[in-house]
Write a protein that binds this ligand. Structure first.
Ligand code: SF4
Length: 273
């Protein structure tokens, strides 16, 4: 059955509205406009369909962890890393992707943090959009999207939601809170914590927990974001020429790393034809 259309929220949308702590200078609202308002335009769609190097590394790293746990013998075999690299067809990737994913696989082979855990869910990372979770806030209904990488059960019964990271990005506690809100709906009455594990650096964050009041506050924040986003989308559809007023640009050094710099008239990063 088709999911009825509703306003939506996700950590990704929250991030597009408000940057993580320390990232304020790089924040650009126009990226939300490209990603969420103009995503069906062929030129934008083509960019969104491209996997960036870091996305590719993230997907392959997560799939690698999954393959190790599909056949845990691979974690005990001396050639386990090579076997998983073959399954992932790493040879077809760029040199940078190969090098970093091999390092990740070696790290995981040496320190398989999920081995022996009671795993409830372990995603491959390429499953596409997760099923939306219906959130009710007063009379307001919205769909919450939370793509959870892994859930395991701690010996005391607590659900542990684990998010895999790669690269150098800092952990954003807001993402953990969104997972905990999702867990409240998916596994009501069950205590839960969330944490982040960087597959490249081996850094594991402290577990994040939330009180009922904190989760309620997150829910309100997400509902406000979902409403504001729908308002912006409506404004844009009625006045497409006002794109840059509805989604103001913040050109600067950040344009260099922006997916949309080849289309953006405000980009200060020269793009070669
Ligand atoms: S190119 Fe620069 S101004 Fe344009 S959307 Fe990207 S970050 Fe914003």
């Amino acid at each position: 059955m088709r999911t009825p259309w509703r306003p939506f929220a996700s950590y990704n949308l929250w991030l597009l509205f408000a940057p993580a702590v320390g990232q304020e200078r790089w924040h650009c609202d126009m990226k939300r406009g490209f990603q969420k308002a103009r995503q069906k335009e062929p030129s934008v769609k083509a960019l969104l369909e491209q996997d960036t190097t870091w996305q590719r590394i993230g997907h392959l790293a997560q799939r690698g962890v999954c393959e190790f746990h599909k056949d845990t013998q691979l974690l005990h075999r001396l050639d386990g890393v090579e076997r998983v690299a073959e399954i992932l067809k790493l040879g077809q990737e760029s040199a940078e992707v190969q090098e970093r994913v091999i390092k990740i696989l070696k790290n995981y082979h040496e320190r398989p943090i999920l081995l022996g855990k009671n795993i409830i869910l372990l995603s491959r990372g390429d499953e596409g959009f997760p099923e939306p979770i219906l959130i009710r806030y007063g009379n307001y209904l919205l769909n919450l999207y939370a793509a959870i990488d892994c859930i395991f059960r701690e010996p005391d019964g607590t659900l542990h939601i684990l998010d895999f990271k790669t690269g150098k990005t800092d952990f954003d506690r807001r993402q953990g809170f969104v997972y905990l809100l999702a867990a409240k709906y998916l596994y009501p009455q069950q205590p839960a914590v969330a944490s982040f594990y960087n597959l490249e650096s081996g850094k594991w964050s402290e577990p994040i927990s939330a009180t009922a009041a904190q989760l309620n506050a997150i829910q309100i924040e997400l509902a406000i974001i979902a409403q504001q986003h729908q308002k912006d989308l409506r404004r844009y559809r009625q006045n497409p020429t006002e794109f840059s007023q509805i989604f103001p640009p913040n050109p600067g050094f950040n344009c260099q790393y922006c997916l949309f710099n080849s289309l953006c008239e405000f980009s200060v990063f020269p793009v070669t034809a």
